[in-house]
Design a protein around this ligand. Sequence first.
Ligand code: NAD
Ligand code: ZN
Length: 252
Amino acid sequence: MTQDAAALAELLRESRRTVIFTGAGISTESGIPDFRSPGGIWTRMQPIAFQDYLSDPEARRLSWQRRLEMEETWNTVTPNTGHHAVAELLARGKASHVITQNIDGLHQQSGVPEEKLIELHGSTRHAKCLDCDARIEIADVLTHFTAHGDAPDCAHCGGLVKTATISFGQPMPEGEMARAEAAVRACDLMLVLGSSLVVYPAAGFPLQAKRQGAGLVILNREETPLDRYADLVLNAEIGPTLGSVIERIDTL
Ligand code: NAD
Ligand code: ZN
C-alpha cells in the first residue's frame, strides 16, 4: 500500500460519517469513457442542451439515437473494484451516503441501497415524461424509436419523453439536491472519486463539506480545481487504490 493510500485508510478510520462523491472516473475501469479525459465522450460528440431537446425534434432524435447506440453497453457493463469498495464502505457503516454525478446505475448494481444513493444527474436506465414525471421503460421507447424514428409521447399526458438524466440547462432535481445537502451537512469526511470537479452545482458539495469543517480527500488521476482545499490529494487509479484500502477495512 502506498503512503497516500495508508493516509486515506487512516482518515477513514478516524471518520464516523463519510460521504462519497463520485464522477465519471469511477466507471472508466468498467469500460465507460468519462467526459473530459483524452478519448473521453466530449472529444467525440457535443452534449445536447436541454433547451435544444425541448425545441428541436432533430435534437431529440439524435439524443435517442445515441441512447440506442449505448443500449448494448448499458446491458453488459458491470461494477468494478472501485464500485465494490464504495459499497463495502457503506455496508461496514464507514460511509453514510454516495452522491453521484453518474447516470450509469453501477452503484446500485454493486449493492448500494437506494436510500443511501443520491443520483444528482439522474439515470439513463429509465425515461421520464417531462410534464407529468411518469416513469417510462427505456425498452418501450427504443422499440418505438426503432419503428418510427422518434420517441413516443407520454401515454398519460402527451408530454415529451426524455431519459431520466439531467442535461445542461435542465433544472436540478430538488429532492436529490436536498438529500445531498442533508448528507453533506452531517458528514465529517468527504471522499471525492473520479470527478474533474468543474460541473456545478454538483462540485459545490465538496466545497460545502470543507466549509463546515469536514475533511476533504480527492482521489483522481489528474489535478482538479479543488485540490488546494483538500486535506489529501491522491493522483492515482481508483480501483487499485481503494482496493488496497478496503483490504485493511477490518482494521478501520
Ligand atoms: P469528468 O469526465 O469531467 O471527470 C472525470 C475525472 O475522472 C477526470 O478528471 C479523470 O482524470 C478522472 N478519472 C478517469 N478515470 C479514472 C480512474 N480510473 N481513476 C482515477 N481517476 C480517473 O466527469 P465528472 O466530473 O463526473 O463530470 C461530468 C459529467 O459527466 C457528470 O455530469 C456525469 O453526469 C457525466 N458522465 C457520466 C458518466 C457515467 O455515468 N459513467 C460517463 C460520462 C459522463
Ligand atoms: Zn406525462
